[in-house]
Write a protein that binds this ligand. Structure first.
Ligand SMILES: Nc1ncnc2c1ncn2[C@@H]1O[C@H](COP(=O)(O)OP(=O)(O)OP(=O)(O)O)[C@@H](O)[C@H]1O
Ligand SMILES: [Mg+2]
Length: 482
């Protein structure tokens, strides 16, 4: 243990005889420990501590002192004033009686340690000196550790506030207010949440908010998309495997459940989970243990599940493609994310938000939005919801000048509806140099439009492009088509 400063003690003791014994016991260590103040009753101790916050590291208090404020009550009051201060209690020697109950009460009240004083005929010492010294030193270490922990927690809190601030849930409509209330409620309870809503309505955003507002916020938020992982790999993704458990398992792999331990697992497109994986997931939820492939003992995990779906899962239950027992386990709190059509009144605010956000990201001056352009935005039916809305705004910023006009928007949205006006992917972007990612997005979008124009059939397009259907639909969603 290092000593960077002298440990300051407050002594609460009403008998001069014992005050002197304590002083003598600690005398050899006065270069490390100083009794800074001595008071004889609880109320004066409280008064002193309230006025001199920070001055004391450790309190040594006699269990039996005069006055109304003693024992556990006093300990609790001290901890209320300064939760970091450490308290060592000195009690009477009680031979033949077990002190267990008393010890338990003291520790529960917030004491760090207690010791039974020597019989009063030992006049030089109250307690074995090095033992007392060690207890005080331990108490001081504990104070320092707790302070550090609370400082890092504070920093973490700040960075978590930042995460949420970067992904705000925009809107003031009744459905969004309801959604915000539900998020708040779900973040305070440690139960499963099922988020259901159309594509691009903010399901993942809602899950992110719930996690970062919950008491699990300092732990991992891990995401798995059941629709984008080949079915035969889902279980090794979820539960992991041990080295050598099958050919090709050259090293062991932590599953997502282990990665999310103590935190949250977000299971996106839960409706795509194959039936045999549904059974295994249900068992994990029931037992709190996972079966890692190639391992005989189970591993205990504590994971909160938030799942999302854009299918009608109740219908899937009726059709027996989704297990009803799993459905009820996952659905303790149910949250519906409204479509953009259900909250048209949020459109001006959303437009303002995304225009600011993207012009900042693209380092261009923020353009205005003309009245009739806003009308266009408010009169469209937005099948791809916020994701599509966001894409339209992002794209219109590439062509708009100092004000986004109706024509700018119609140009972009006509392409959105793949009206056939685009004949094949083009690489020309006028004089503008686009960021790589922007160029990629636009190219991807144009190429996709081109393929759709040629095939007029999504399944056929998916096949020609070499996508598994679920990946294809996910991509459509991402591009704002679905
Ligand atoms: N209320 C909102 N305010 C601001 N941005 C939002 C809002 N809702 C969604 N978004 C944004 O829209 C985009 C799509 O949201 P998200 O990915 O959460 O939707 P989703 O329902 O999971 O979509 P999908 O079904 O396609 O997976 C994200 O960029 C998200 O940040
Ligand atoms: Mg999603």
């Amino acid at each position: 243990m290092e000593f960077d400063k002298i440990i300051n003690l407050l002594l609460i003791e009403d008998e001069t005889y014992d005050v002197n014994r304590i002083k003598r016991t600690l005398e050899p260590f006065n270069d490390k420990i100083q009794i800074k103040k001595i008071v004889s009753d609880g109320l004066s101790a409280i008064e002193l501590l309230s006025d001199n916050n920070d001055e004391f590291d450790v309190v040594i208090m006699d269990y039996q002192i005069v006055g109304p404020l003693t024992g556990e009550k006093l300990i609790r009051r001290i901890k209320l004033i300064d939760p970091f201060i450490q308290i060592i209690v000195i009690t009477k020697m009680t031979i033949n009686v077990t002190n267990f109950e008393l010890a338990k009460d003291l520790i529960e009240a917030g004491a760090m340690w207690f010791c039974t004083k020597y019989p009063s005929d030992i006049k030089d010492y109250i307690y074995q000196p090095t033992d007392l010294l060690l207890s005080i030193m331990n108490a001081y270490e504990k104070k320092k550790l707790n302070l550090e922990k609370s400082r890092t927690n504070l920093q973490l809190d700040k960075s978590i506030d930042k995460i949420i601030a970067q992904k705000p849930l925009i809107g003031n409509s009744a459905p969004i207010k309801k959604l915000q209330k539900q998020i708040e409620k779900a973040s305070q309870q440690d139960v499963t949440v099922l988020i259901s809503g159309a594509s691009g309505t903010g399901k993942e955003l809602v899950a992110t908010h719930i996690h970062y507002l919950s008491k699990r916020k300092f732990e991992n938020l891990v995401t798995i998309n059941a629709g984008s992982i080949p079915q035969n790999l889902i279980e090794s993704e979820l539960f992991g495997f041990e080295k050598g458990s099958f050919t090709g398992a050259n090293s062991s792999k932590k599953g997502l459940f282990e990665q999310a331990n103590n935190g949250t697992l977000f299971m996106d497109e839960i409706g795509e989970l194959p039936t045999n994986s549904q059974v295994k997931l249900l068992r994990v939820l029931q037992e709190g243990e996972i079966d890692k492939i190639g391992r005989t003992e189970k591993i205990k995990v504590n994971v909160r599940i938030i799942s999302a779906t854009n299918q009608d899962l109740e219908k899937a239950v009726e059709n027996k493609t989704f297990r009803s027992d799993l459905f009820y386990r996952l659905n303790v709190i149910y949250i519906y994310t409204p479509t953009l059509l259900e909250r048209i009144e949020d459109i001006p605010e959303l437009a303002g938000h995304f225009i600011s956000q993207f012009s900042k990201q693209m380092s261009i001056p923020k353009p205005g939005l003309s009245k009739d352009a806003l009308d266009v935005l408010q009169n469209y039916n937005w099948p791809g919801n916020i994701r599509q809305f966001q894409n339209v705004i992002q794209r219109v910023l590439l062509t708009a000048e100092d004000e986004i006009t109706k024509d700018d928007l119609l140009g972009v949205m006509k392409m959105e509806k793949h009206s056939g006006s685009v004949d094949g992917p083009k690489f020309s972007f006028g004089d503008k140099i686009l960021e790589w990612k922007e160029m990629e997005n636009i190219f991807r979008w144009r190429y996709f439009n081109h393929v759709m124009d040629k095939t007029k059939n999504e399944a056929e397009a998916a096949r020609l492009l070499g996508f598994a259907p679920s990946n294809f639909y996910r991509m459509l969603g991402k591009m704002g088509f679905k």
